[in-house]
Design a protein around this ligand. Structure first.
Ligand code: ADP
Length: 191
């Protein structure tokens, strides 16, 4: 089994590319953002609690997403590995993921980091809000907060993964197809 992180700030294209790459390489695409939005849509107690945090652009507690991911890993079968999207988002989540994978005889094989300019991120998120209806995309102040949270809490994961020799930066500027090709070439090398 091969495990990839697709990593980058909000609006960097993780979800768009994640779905396609998972299809190409027969990986299970695990997006904690999608899982949390599914809880909200289903009106669960957890969803109700998390929706306020998400609408402000803050991170939900580590233990919530760690448990969601563990359940998905244990309930999966028939895939060549996992593509983690929007998870981990803190160094604590990264350590928990490593631990979870190690216990199951796996590891994080590669961290693909999409590099995108700040102005382009804001532009993409505002555009996305028009179709997605995501409340966290519609408010410029929430967008800026999500980018700040990324820089302070999430970006430190890059140094952590660099030390482990699994960091692979990718130019995330350009068209969807050309970025997909850049990512696919890097991933292919692991198979
Ligand atoms: P984006 O990459 O555009 O920010 P996501 O769909 O990955 O969108 O996440 C949306 C929101 O869900 C985040 O702003 C955060 O509130 C919450 N969230 C998603 N994944 C995590 C996570 N791993 N840890 C904490 N909060 C998370």
């Amino acid at each position: 089994m091969l495990n990839f992180l697709i990593f980058g700030p909000p609006g960097s294209g993780k979800g768009t590319q994640g779905v396609r790459l998972a299809g190409k390489f027969n990986l299970l695409h695990l997006s904690t953002g999608d899982m949390l939005r599914a809880e909200i849509a289903a009106g669960t107690e957890l969803g109700k609690k998390m929706s306020l945090i998400m609408s402000k652009g803050e991170l939900v507690p580590d233990e919530v997403v760690i448990e969601m991911i563990a359940n998905k890993i244990d309930g999966s079968s028939g895939c060549a590995g996992f593509l983690f999207d929007g998870f981990p988002r803190t160094v604590a989540q990264t350590a928990a993921l490593e631990d979870m994978l190690n216990k199951r005889g796996m590891k994080i094989d590669s961290m693909l980091v999409l590099d995108v300019d700040h102005d382009e991120l804001v532009k993409r998120l505002i555009l996305r809000a028009q179709d997605s209806g995501r409340p966290d995309d519609s408010d410029p102040a929430v967008i800026e907060n999500r980018i700040d949270v990324y820089k302070s809490k999430t970006e430190p994961i890059i140094a952590y993964c660099r030390e482990r020799g699994i960091y692979e930066p990718v130019n995330g500027m350009g068209g969807i197809e050309e970025i997909f090709e850049r990512l696919a070439v890097l991933m292919q090398k692991h198979f």
